[in-house]
Design a protein around this ligand. Structure first.
Ligand code: ADP
Ligand code: GLC
Length: 481
């Protein structure tokens, strides 16, 4: 039996702010249980729902040296959907009403503590992984520690590590003096070929330098991040390690996101009967959100963190023009205030036509995926993107910009060949986006039979974890040898 350990800052159903949680919470389920024993370590945040905390059992506790202090490390355990989870408990580091804060030094301390504790609990819970699979900058110090302070003991010797980039934008960067103090690493680690990054220390760079393999979440993003625009100043190391870097596209949990069984939606449907049944969800949503109740209006959805990454500048620029058309727009998201206020403003200005829902809701997100005709995601960059996969699964046609995983997962409609699962445009340009939305409107309003055939194809593509889980397993096999 090969032992794999995921270490990450979020995972469904325990804690989620974005797609990372979906991946961490679903991928381990799809590994072949006959060959892989996969477990997950997450922080035990105080902000987790009580219902989730109730699933956890106390396992052990000890004290660990961290920044010269003796810090409490509690270990809790839960088995969820066949996967064993361990949670690191420490109320000083994991307090607050959300998983993350804006204070960079606090974040770096929190996740270096978490990473060190994750390694330290392994002998205590008696789990020696063959591979530790680290996700994003929060766990970037783990591959470094494995080759540094944990390298001496028999227990840790030979453990391989994988660093997966879900989003290169976030790296865990601060001045060298502070990062040195928090990590306890000596100066030799802060040269430009290791954690040194201009004048700073960079945790993700540490992971990328020391991990035995690097992955990211789509093939296109794996290529993009080797260039200056997408490389976020790490293209140097990514090019240097190009042979160890692979792109494996994300999947989604096909049990969780299934229009035939989804408990959040009002009317179930499938690839066989969506022509009659899907519309009932749209009626219910229009009613629920106070949109004009009209079957015929093309309803476009957005479910997203409201950040620059997602292309909201294009939407802002074109919103008035788009609203001259015969469409409705429903938005669900939270994030940067300027985008939150922008959508609130348009909700006020085009009441009955635009619905802005500035909060987080699992239920409403599923209803939007199920009810809309199209799903808009004009990202500036997108490592993979899961929302467009959810939209495809629910027969809601994605309108996307051809970048990262969006390019790899949405095949643009070709009316001459009768192929494609959605609509896409190439340049980060508001007029191109508008032209593509309008092209989709034209097909929707004038060629409904063709529209429905696109839905047939969208609902037939398979973005469950099946294929990608195999690729990760092959990588583990290769690493373990
Ligand atoms: P990212 O990880 O960059 O945020 P993804 O498309 O990979 O983008 O994943 C986003 C995930 O977060 C999806 O599961 C999406 O449904 C969910 N999501 C984003 N915003 C909200 C919200 N306000 N309410 C509910 N779910 C949300
Ligand atoms: C990140 C990316 C997103 C990706 C997700 C899961 O949050 O922004 O594109 O789908 O991670 O890998």
């Amino acid at each position: 039996m090969k032992k794999i350990l995921f270490v990450a800052s979020e995972g469904v159903p325990f804690i989620k702010t974005g797609g990372l949680a979906d991946v961490v919470g679903s991928l381990p389920k799809y590994y072949d249980k006959r060959y892989f024993d996969t477990r997950v370590i997450l922080p035990k945040y105080m902000c987790m729902k009580q219902q989730m905390k109730d699933l956890m059992h106390y396992k052990a506790h000890f004290y660990m040296d961290f920044m010269g202090q003796n810090e409490y490390v509690g270990v809790l355990e839960a088995v969820y959907d066949g996967t064993t989870y361990y949670f690191i408990d420490n109320e000083k580091f994991f307090n607050g009403n959300s998983a993350y804060s804006d204070n960079v030094v606090e974040e770096i301390s929190k996740f270096v503590f978490f990473s060190k504790a994750a390694l330290s609990i392994l002998p205590v819970v008696d789990f020696r992984p063959d591979v530790i699979h680290c996700h994003d900058w929060q766990t970037g110090i783990i591959p470094v520690y494995l080759k540094e302070r944990f390298a001496g003991g028999d227990f840790y010797r030979g453990i391989k590590s994988v660093m997966t980039i879900h989003n290169l934008k976030f790296q865990g960067v601060y001045d060298i003096k502070t990062v040195k103090r928090i990590t306890g690493l000596d100066s030799s680690y802060f040269t430009p070929d290791k954690l040194g990054h201009y004048k700073d220390g960079n945790l993700l760079k540490g992971g990328l330098t020391y991990a035995d393999a690097i992955t990211t979440v789509s093939q296109t993003y794996a290529e993009e991040i080797k260039t200056t625009f997408f490389g976020e100043k790490l293209e140097g190391i990514l090019n240097a390690r190009a042979n160890d870097l692979r792109g494996i596209v994300n999947g989604i949990d096909y049990d969780e996101y299934n229009p035939a069984t989804d408990t959040y939606i009002t009317n179930h449907y499938s690839a066989q009967n969506f022509r009659k049944e899907k519309i009932k969800n749209k009626r219910a949503l229009q009613k629920q959100l106070g949109l004009v109740e009209d079957d015929k209006k093309m309803l476009i959805g957005v479910v997203s963190r409201l950040t620059g990454q997602k292309g909201f500048d294009l939407i802002e620029y074109m919103m008035d023009e788009m609203c001259q058309d015969d469409i409705q727009l429903v938005v669900l998201g939270t994030g940067e205030e300027r985008y939150e206020n922008m959508f609130r403003h348009f909700d006020w200005k085009y009441h009955g036509k635009v619905s802005a829902n500035i909060y987080y809701s699992e239920e409403l997100s599923h209803r939007i995926y199920a009810s809309c005709d199209a799903f808009l995601m004009p990202s500036l960059f997108e490592p993979c993107g899961l929302s467009q996969l959810m939209a495809l699964r629910y027969g809601t046609l994605p309108i996307v910009r051809e970048t990262g995983g969006l390019r790899d997962t949405v095949q643009p409609y070709n009316e001459y060949e009768g192929t494609g699962t959605g609509f896409s445009f190439c340049n980060y340009n508001a007029h191109e986006m508008l032209a593509t939305v309008r092209y989709a409107e034209k097909i929707y309003y004038n060629r409904k039979r063709d529209w429905n055939k696109i839905i047939d194809r969208a609902m037939a593509v398979d973005f469950s974890w099946k294929t990608s889980a195999l690729k990760y397993q092959e990588m583990y096999d290769w690493l373990i040898g």
